[in-house]
Design a protein around this ligand. Sequence first.
Ligand code: NAG
Ligand code: NAG
Length: 725
Amino acid sequence: MRKEDDRFGPGYEGEPLTVTRRKTGRVIAFRVFSASVFFCICWIWFYRVTVPLETDENRTGLVGFMLVLEIWFGLYWVFTQALRWNPVWRLTFIGRLSRRYGNHLPRLDVFVCTADPEIEPPLMVVNTVLSVAALDYPPEKLAVYLSDDGGSELTFFALAEAAEFAKVWVPFCKKFNVEPRSPAAYLSSTATGLNSAAEEVAQLYREMAERIETAARLRRIPEEARLKYGDGFSQWDSDATRRNHGTILQILVDGRKEKRVTVPTLVYLSREKRPQHHHNFKAGSMNALIRVSSKITCGRFILNLDCDMYSNNSKSARDALCILLDEKEGKEIAFVQFPQCFENITRNDLYGSMMRPGKNVELHGMDGNGGPIYVGTGCFHRRDVICGRKYGEEEEEFEEIEEITEPEMIKALASSTYDENSQWGKEMGLKYGCAVEDVITGLAIQCRGWKSAYLNPKSKAFVGVAPTNLHQMLVQWRRWSEGEFQILLSEYSPVWYGQGKIRLGLILGYCCFLFWAPSSVPVLVYSVLASLCLFKGIPLFPKVWSWWFIPFGYVTVAVNAYSLAEFLWCGGTFRGWWNEQRMWLYRRTSSFLFGFIDTILKKLGVSESAFVITAKVAEEEAAERYEREVMEFGVESPMFVLLGTLGTLNLLCFAAAVMRLVTFRDGGEFQRMSLQFVIAGLLVVINWPLYEGMVIRKDKGKMPMSVTVKSVVLALSACTFVAFL
Ligand SMILES: *[C@@H]1O[C@H](CO)[C@@H](O)[C@H](O)[C@H]1NC(C)=O
Ligand SMILES: *[C@@H]1O[C@H](CO)[C@@H](O)[C@H](O)[C@H]1NC(C)=O
């Protein structure tokens, strides 16, 4: 017994490092409410099966169609309930962790991935690196790896400069307990009243930033730097390009040999790339990092961060370890996921970037059912689990690195052919061949018997920047929906592969995301059908005074009122919720639809996959419009043509129906069609920024003329066609 206790370190008193909380009262209230909605959904289905539409002609086809759509919406609603059925909240006790372990914490490797110095400015990347280098963690146990898939000398130069600056920054942060520990964020948050020590550091930072930005602007590395960091730069051949270069590996700060260091180990890696070998995007670079780091510091835990997500809370690593090192619950947890938070969000979150319900409700719900998805950033993994250990197998011993491996041997691990004919990308590391490699990897880990944990502390752990215009946002969602749909169709699909491996609640929760792309079709059809039938005067729903109207009315009101209440509870505003509803519609009728079509075409072998990085910088005027929450169009995109056409169609149909109502003063028509009037009316209101962009606005961010013309022509043709049908 005594021995057991020793293993936990001094100070072990059997107190847990983490506890899980449930809010029973609220959960019961929610379940009752949810059951009432489900009852009404069944009532609607029953209505469709038994009662014909109130039209002169026989329209069984139309009724069947509506039934199929409503069954679909009902099922999808069930998926969303799975995400809310059983939420849990976790608390951690970092004081107990410190008492138990002191500075004898396990090694932690941080992986930061960047891919393009144009889209992801090196200064931003360096701020991310510095923020994690200054984590509240013993520096001799911490290592930060930067994977540069752009193979850019500029990024290397920036990191080398940052390694110098870290010698001042890290001790400064620890001495004065600075938060947040990204220098840019810290200095902008405390613009006034720096003390003299801080002023000195700020001056050094500004000089470094100046050197990096000048080099970026001139696209030239200063000669002094080439001399100073010569053994790094010498690894670039004269003919090296982004897509064709050897492995570049430089350990900028080497903390392996010393016992006491002030700055953690800092490593730059740009894996080998050759045009004839597929490099598997971010998954490939993560896997190269896993292999390379195993020969350098071999941390038992790995934190994975996107290059634009700085650490906003220096205790986050300790928080995560409270869960992973907990003697009871921690043993079955493979990874700890933090939410993705953003700093560039305007008050009413025009593009729905915050995903408030996702962050504050749905991921907690998944946690209660076995664990959140792995979202690809802000996630602490166990190294051996990500490398394939199954739940129940003995954990490997992580020993101190005794011998130092030759750099040439380590570099071989990042060669472009290393993965071929190996388990990498299949059973080991992140999986290849999926546009959301992180989600499928997390799912596979859960299917090997592991759980995961979701930690959402008040003080946000990692903070990044969200896309600041509509098109970027839609492109990002298109890739996500495509990836999720690929998982649904893949051999790892939770629907069949997950059966018996993960809980039913979790499978249903995953379905919510996996069915994003296919869910575009029913939403599209429903919105078009409701408008066109209003235009033609065909009622689709029961009369207001009929008993049958009750379930329709109840479901419509209840679902929306619930969603509004949930949104406000998550800290959003009413306008924010309204914007979120608009984005819900736009994502489905553009991103998801294109994602759906793309995936099908790929399955048929018609097109190839591509990984689109979303830009993180905006030009000045556009940034100003973003601040004012004016929707940004500006580019000629087929997605916008689709949105424009649907918006115009709604407006035309609604206008025609209102005209008819006014001319014929037919109160009966309004009674028969009230729900359709409401739906079409709401669609018109929700599309208002779109109409403004198409006809009223004159700035650069308005809808391009060609898109407007195409949309109007298409919508008019559709109406004309239907009118003669
Ligand atoms: C970063 O953390 C601080 C607390 O240290 C908090 O006040 C701030 O809101 C966080 N930033 C973001 C963008 O969440
Ligand atoms: C993000 O917001 C900050 C302050 O609100 C601003 O200075 C910065 O330019 C913004 N960045 C982008 C990419 O919009």
